[in-house]
Ligand binder design. Structure first.
Ligand code: NI
Length: 394
């Protein structure tokens, strides 16, 4: 029912074997030494000279037979500090480390693409850069060091995918615009002054101020942000106070912010700073807010997203290519997309009939391996389409 070319069909067993090898040998962010060496060896076997621009990053280039643009495809290599609970022959052999997000599948898919496109390189106009990136899971992430090492030089478009168990196997989700949020943490520290609960006029009650700050922060999204721009400000914790009859001298709040564009993000920060400062000042307390950054939002380029959607429709059928509901998770693919027209899409990998229902990062996370060839065909198809585009600005 899917449209797979004979070379991709022939790859199915290798894709599963590669994915299982990687799954059994997971490595944490920035420690992907064995993984990177193994990927480099696989590229060499295909006749692609592996470049190692960072310690655990691997880049290979497929040179087309004719001149043309350069298109980059990106996979991430790292696993998570999770103890695997799946009882499968390919379960992690490293205690406390697990490919619990599907990056093993991403790497296998990109190796599959390497084999398919290398075999047809004489017919390609341009170059395909295969970017095997370390450390997606841990900010500051592995993307920026690769970019600083020049991996995007001369690149006209970048495509990446995530296997997604929330979507059924045999579907994909692609959309232009923001698809993954900028996720940040904030912490508010309120300094009042303590005293006896029976003599509130002698102190500055930090618990009362904290309560007012929580309520006032709710006006940021409801009254200060353009209602057409999605944003979330959630306070997750309040801590303060010692006993029922003691005025709390201090309190702290922590929470999370999610935004999809820089302007909204800056607005949210500025409003939160103002509200914290003035709410505290009103009560005679001191207030301070700090922000702890995550990855920026991933924003898909419309033309690149359309090339990916076309490729996905050709493989899966039009009714199996869905709009991509923005995810509130973070993803350092954002750094490529900030610099080069890019598309990050989701490939369905969930399958309740096979018991593949556990969410990403769960100790029993798994993927439906039958979707690996679909990923290869879609990525390769997207690369072919992007290479065939007239060069921008020429
Ligand atoms: Ni992931």
């Amino acid at each position: 029912m899917f449209s797979l070319s004979p070379p991709v069909r022939a790859l199915a067993a290798d894709l599963i074997a590669w994915r299982r090898h990687l799954h059994a040998h997971p490595e944490l962010s920035f420690q992907e030494r064995d993984t990177a060496a193994w990927v480099a060896a696989q590229l060499e076997r295909l006749g692609i000279a592996p470049d190692r621009p960072t310690e655990t990053g691997v880049v290979g280039v497929i040179e087309g037979g004719r001149p043309g643009p350069t298109v980059a495809l990106r996979a991430d290599l790292d696993a998570l500090p999770v103890q695997e609970e799946n009882d499968v022959p390919y379960a992690s052999r490293r205690p406390g480390v697990m490919h619990a997000c599907g990056h093993d599948g991403h790497t296998a898919i990109l190796l599959g693409v390497a084999r398919v496109l290398q075999a047809e390189r004489e017919r390609l106009a341009g170059r395909v850069k295969l970017v095997f990136q370390p450390a997606e899971e841990r900010p500051p992430g592995g993307a920026l060091p690769l970019i600083e090492a020049g991996v995007l030089e001369g690149v006209a478009a970048v495509v990446g995918l995530h296997l997604w168990v929330d979507l059924p196997a045999g579907t994909a989700a692609v959309s232009p615009g923001p698809v993954m949020a900028h996720a940040e943490e904030f912490r508010v520290t309120i300094a009042g002054s303590g005293g006896h609960g029976s003599q509130p006029h002698q102190g500055v009650d930090a618990v009362l101020v904290a309560a007012q700050v929580v309520l006032n922060l709710q006006t940021v999204v409801s009254r200060r942000v353009d209602p057409r721009r999605p944003a979330v400000v959630s306070v997750g914790t309040i801590q303060g106070g010692y006993a029922f009859n003691v005025l709390a001298p201090s309190a702290t709040l922590a929470g999370t912010i999610r935004t999809f564009d820089e302007e909204t993000r800056r607005r949210v920060h500025a409003e939160m700073e103002r509200i914290v400062a003035h709410t505290c000042a009103m009560a005679g307390a001191d207030g301070r807010i700090e922000f702890f950054g995550g990855y920026p939002a991933v924003v898909n380029d419309p033309a690149v997203a359309e090339a990916v959607a076309e490729a996905a429709r050709a493989v899966l059928g039009a009714d199996r290519v869905l709009p991509q509901e923005p995810s509130l998770g973070g993803e350092d693919f954002a750094y490529y997309a900030q610099r080069v027209p890019a598309c990050y899409f989701f490939l369905g990998a969930g399958n309740p009939a096979k018991g593949i229902v556990h969410p990403h990062h769960h100790p029993r996370f798994d993927i439906d391996e039958d979707v690996l060839p679909l990923g290869v065909e879609i990525l390769a198809g997207a690369a072919r389409r992007l290479l065939a585009r007239p060069a921008a600005g020429s």
